[in-house]
Write a protein that binds this ligand. Sequence first.
Ligand code: DUC
Ligand code: ZN
Ligand code: ZN
Ligand code: ZN
Length: 484
Amino acid sequence: MATVIKNGTIVTADLTYKADIKVEGGKIVEIGPDLAGDETLDATGCYVMPGGIDPHVHLEMPFMGTYSADDFDSGTRAALAGGTTMVVDFCLPDPGQSMLDALKRWDNKATRAHCDYSFHMAVTWWSEQVFNEMKTVVQEKGINTFKHFMAYKGSLMVNDDEMFASFSRCAELGALPLVHAENGDVVAAMQQKLMDEGNNGPEAHAYSRPASVEGEATNRAIIIADMAGVPLYVVHTSCEQAHEAIRRARQNGMRVYGEPLIQHLTLDESEYFDKDWDHSARRVMSPPFRNKQHQDSLWAGLASGSLQCVATDHCAFTTDQKRYGLGDFRKIPNGTGGLEDRLPMLWTYGVATGRITMNEFVAVTSTNIAKILNLYPRKGAILVGADADLVVLDPKKSKTISAKTQQSAIDYNVFEGKQVTGLPRYTLSRGVVVVDDGMVKSREGHGQFVAREPYPAVSKALSTWKELTAPRKVERTGIPASGV
Ligand code: DUC
Ligand code: ZN
Ligand code: ZN
Ligand code: ZN
């Protein structure tokens, strides 16, 4: 059965033009004028775009003594409702746990997905076993990205030597390392100091994680990646210092990518100050919201291309879960939602305000992400042969964001009350109409895992564990041995 999307304006990362799209067997089979099919979707007055890809979500994630509240059912329903047709979640082995065992748990959770999905693998500890499993993960499990936490000291954090070893391993496997860049040692020290001084509320969360700890860690990760000879993807870039480090590295010829979140682009640090405890705690995430100058820097990065992707880091907790941190902000589960709101919020605050163009909108919500994560052109493209993951976006359709009408399982929304435009008239997932005039009609289990091939590796021969961990001879060119 063929479906034709008629009378719309196709918007891709580099073109805007009028044409119909014919979809069959889950793929785009024809693009052109006056197409006919068995079923017609009217896109008059709408933009037809590649569905959004959210490169950064945490669904049903075990974290800070609990699980994030949106699972692959409610989370991917929320995604589709907002025009996002693919999510990439993080498989998180417990320190000491096998990556392959953790992956079985993630595979199992994801059987509920309503949209297609992929995984990043987290390197939460370092050993010969991890070193060996990385190869299996890349070569047999369809995962070509490894996440490293430079924060969360005592649980997820990895040290610089471990990061250097893991980045080096990524280079030879053709994998891309990702970093959560915040200096975890400094954050832990500042948290303790704030608690000792009696600052135990959610605002102290923001004080303990200033922009400088993010800027420092971003710089450090970039330098380590450069030494390991590997590109780098910096998740949730939230401040000018981190953006500056990324810009500089790119100017020097490094492939470094930055990912602002829709929350950091549109919400600022005032959410933490002079507000009731619940209001602020619901907005506790890492990195925290920043001031307007940082926001301007992120918008400029999207417009100029020095930042490439907009994500959500969707990691939603209910108010009851947030209250685990009453009396100690360090125990407030870190994370906010956004999956359903990313596209309409970016459309409203980015495209409708003139900060970014429609084509840039498609690039940063879909196409760039597909290219960087090696999903392109199966995803992120309107081309014959691509998956028919499409959003028919109606620029006139508007709503007020409210927890009362959202798909997410939590009891509030950090964007509550925002008036947004640019909502899906239709969302298609591999050709199936999963959102029809705002009604989500998707099916649990429709989503499929999308395997991602490794990138060309820097060297063909893989190291042994011994070679990788051997002390390296340090070349000291031109520096007198006596030193000064
Ligand atoms: N930051 C969050 O706020 N939540 C999940 C993990 C993270 O890094
Ligand atoms: Zn993070
Ligand atoms: Zn409030
Ligand atoms: Zn995250």
